[in-house]
Design a protein around this ligand. Structure first.
Ligand SMILES: [Zn+2]
Length: 321
């Protein structure tokens, strides 16, 4: 009933926690209904499981499902999520990238080259990406807020604070214009850091009070398929991996084989209104995907991340020579 991936991420984040309350919140997409929360002792596994099951049941009824990453000191009121004064510890840093996937991946890559620690987990939020960095739990919320602001700035994400909640992986993003699963794409549980590792990336000024969105530059979509020269050569790619990608597009993204040999499917980056093949196609021959909406060319490596395929478990991206 509770997806394994939900529990995997929560276990990784709250490993070893001996105290504190996990805050779970249901938010109605219309935002016109009140927002109930529950605050569950993190040490009471049965209660946590029951509360997650209840939250996912509400999610099936259309409510958005969220969890607050920092544990609370006390069980709060049903209508409160808590502010900084209510926090006990923050066990992970996070970033909420709500824009164009290609741009997000470019920024993640650039940040990595600049020395930013690699994320411990990546979640497809239904519309963008959530990144998590597992850290030794910290109570220095002031520094954590500066780091969260710095991560958001570098990666082009929404400004978040230590008190924030994120959409629960394994739930559905029920926003009417999204309506897609929020899912754990990968988890590298051994990537554990300390807050100090992120000091070089903290924002210089305190974060703004109002969440602001940084401008995202959209990649211009290609006009037509004709004349399109994929950048990868088909004979270099690992056929086992390509086959796995095709299988998942057919199974999970309503894919079908088009007359030209491309796989038409729902765009894994997400669109307001999408139909299989309307925006998105994958060429098994070239190992390249294209979104004729705003997402442009998607390389096999990026596509694998989006749909949760680990190339390593198929022998890597490229054919062994
Ligand atoms: Zn797209």
């Amino acid at each position: 009933m509770i997806p394994d991936t939900t529990l995997q991420l929560l276990r990784a984040v709250y490993r070893g926690q001996q105290a504190g309350y996990l805050t779970l919140t249901a938010i109605h997409p219309s935002k016109r209904l009140p927002t109930p929360s529950r605050h569950i002792p993190i040490t009471d596994k049965t209660a946590v499981h029951q509360a997650l099951a209840d939250l996912l049941a509400a999610n099936a009824q259309g409510w958005g499902a969220y969890f607050s990453v920092a544990l609370r000191k006390h069980p709060l009121d049903r209508w409160k999520r808590g502010g900084q004064a209510d926090l006990l510890v923050l066990p992970a840093l996070f970033a909420d990238l709500d824009g164009d996937l290609s741009t997000s991946f470019e920024r993640i890559q650039a940040a990595g080259i600049a020395g930013m620690p690699a994320p411990s987990a990546m979640v497809g939020s239904g519309r963008g990406l959530h990144l998590y960095w597992l850290i030794t739990p910290t109570t220095d919320f002031h520094t954590a807020n500066l780091v969260l602001a710095g991560l958001a700035e570098r990666l082009g994400g929404d400004v978040t604070t230590a008190a924030n909640a994120l959409r629960l992986p394994g739930s559905r993003n029920t926003k009417p214009d999204v309506n897609r699963p929020c899912q754990l794409l990968w988890l590298a549980e051994k990537r554990r850091y300390t807050l100090a590792d992120f000091i070089p990336f903290q924002a210089e000024a305190p974060p703004p009070r109002q969440p602001t969105k940084l401008p995202i530059r959209w990649r211009a979509p290609p006009p037509t398929l004709r004349g399109d020269k994929p950048t990868l050569l088909s004979d270099e790619l690992n056929p086992d991996l390509v086959e796995a990608v095709v299988h998942i597009l057919l199974r999970d993204y309503a894919g079908f084989v088009q007359n030209n040999g491309w796989i038409g499917a729902l765009c894994p980056c997400g669109h307001n209104r999408d139909q299989p093949g309307r925006h998105f196609g994958f060429s098994p021959q070239h190992g390249v995907a294209r979104c004729f909406g705003r997402h442009g060319q998607i390389l096999l490596k990026e596509l694998c991340t989006l749909i949760g395929v680990d190339p390593a478990s198929y022998g890597g991206l490229y054919r062994k020579t």
